[in-house]
Design a protein around this ligand. Structure first.
Ligand SMILES: C[S@@+](CC[C@H](N)C(=O)[O-])C[C@H]1O[C@@H](n2cnc3c(N)ncnc32)[C@H](O)[C@@H]1O
Length: 282
């Protein structure tokens, strides 16, 4: 029976959240945007959507992220699903940064909440937010303009971004990897490694895998098709597998975790840096 397959989200949480969220305000916001024109402006026609993305109704929204509804409802709902407080949770990613990055890439940036925090924290840096959904990017740009935040938005796939090798100092992934199948997560982390300069940092903020494994009912709550597979894996190990070093994961407000890894300095870089100071051995 269809009722048996209903998730906890459909049965209980969606009606509760719907009663808290101001649907009229969402509709008003949606009407303020000329979606057809704006999506067309953001869309890169050469992007091919991966199957996992095209066919999943993330968060119970038919059409998933490729809809205006997903973009408009994302922020009002997310504030209730990141306990104890959305901003404290997102701040964990910023606090994990140990360098002063000049070029930052936020992969799977969504509506840009973490991207804007990065720009706020590193105002001198060029900050780019990349997402597969042009709808989410329209909302990200709308919010950034309101906040006076100068961010570049790019429609693209985090598995293959098209940016040059070693072109970023910091890459952030905020709430992305619990939504991608593990093989895709692995390819995304591989792409991060390619894109980072030696010594650059990758920082992943997402669900606490250890906690999610102990609470399997939670994985059924929010209509997340890949969260179970995410919970069974280890972001730290995935990062080590592609070559990151000094990988550390720390629990963040129990339900979340922050993992940081560094792209190692290669011998070539070391030799260049010492020969630059007149210390070459040859
Ligand atoms: C849960 S949202 C997180 C959004 C945002 N980073 C945040 O912290 O609120 C996941 C985002 O990842 C995007 N996404 C999923 N797979 C992607 C991929 N392969 N490449 C780029 N973006 C992707 C989705 O479109 C969605 O906007």
């Amino acid at each position: 029976m269809a009722t048996d397959r209903k998730t906890l989200w459909e049965q209980f949480l969606s009606p509760i959240v719907r009663s808290i969220v101001d649907e009229e305000a969402m509709l008003r916001l949606s009407r303020r945007i000329d979606w057809e024109t704006e999506v067309q402006r953001r869309r890169n026609e050469s992007i091919v959507y991966p199957d996992y993305y095209r066919t999943s109704n993330f968060h119970g929204i038919e059409g998933g992220y490729l809809t205006a509804g997903a973009a408009v409802s994302y922020d009002p709902i997310t504030q209730y699903v990141l306990p104890p407080n959305e901003m404290w949770v997102r701040a964990g990613l910023i606090e994990a940064v140990r360098s002063k990055p000049r070029r930052i890439l936020d992969l799977g940036c969504g509506t840009g909440s973490t991207t804007r925090l990065l720009k706020q924290a590193f105002s001198e840096a060029t900050v780019i937010g990349l997402d597969l959904s042009p709808y989410m990017l329209v909302m990200a740009n709308y919010q950034a303009v309101l906040a006076g935040s100068d961010i570049v938005w790019k429609h693209g796939n985090a598995e293959e971004t098209g940016f040059d090798d070693e072109s970023f100092d910091l890459i952030s992934l905020s709430l992305l990897l619990h939504e991608t199948p593990p093989d895709v997560s692995q390819r995304i982390l591989n792409e991060c490694f390619r894109l980072l300069k030696s010594g650059g940092e990758a920082i992943v903020l997402d669900g606490n895998q250890a906690a999610l494994r102990q609470t399997p009912w939670l994985t059924n709550v929010f209509e997340e098709p890949y969260i179970q597979a995410y919970a069974e894996g280890s972001v730290g190990q995935w990062m080590q597998k592609v070559g990151f070093e000094a990988v550390e994961t720390r629990e963040h407000w129990w339900l979340h975790q922050v993992t940081r890894g560094v792209k190692p300095l290669v011998v070539r870089d070391f030799e260049t840096s010492i020969s630059g100071e007149g210390l070459a051995f040859a």
